[in-house]
Design a protein around this ligand. Structure first.
Ligand SMILES: [Zn+2]
Length: 119
């Protein structure tokens, strides 16, 4: 996979309705037979206004990136890859923050405080 230094895209938060530029990293498009393709983003970002994770309106800029990737799948300057991002157990988060939330929930609550103290 090609590494992209920055891939800032204008996104709008669905919670507070504020827009801002966010580094989405690489967009992954997972194409399933007979289903809508799913997009995932490797960048870690939260709303700059309300700190919400993962609630974003799909922008026309993202749509155009998807089209560009479909038209030129071998162009390494387009920060889009076809495939699926998975966590160690096969979970497939849309945003990196979804993966973070999932992993934090795997830490047993009885171990949680001790885990944070020793790490
Ligand atoms: Zn927000």
């Amino acid at each position: 996979m090609t590494l992209h230094e920055k891939n800032e895209i204008m996104l709008t938060c669905n919670i507070c309705n504020k827009s801002g530029k966010y580094n989405i990293g690489t967009m992954l498009i997972n194409v399933h037979p007979n289903q809508e393709p799913e997009q995932q983003y490797t960048g870690y970002f939260r709303c700059k206004n309300c700190n919400t994770a993962g609630q974003r309106e799909e922008s026309s800029e993202l749509y155009m990136l998807s089209i560009a990737a479909l038209l030129a799948p071998d162009n390494e300057n387009i920060p889009v890859q076809f495939g699926e991002m998975q966590l160690f157990d096969g979970t497939s988060p849309k945003y990196a923050t979804d993966g973070e939330e999932y992993l934090l929930h795997l830490i047993p609550s009885s171990l949680g405080n001790d885990f944070y103290r020793i790490n």
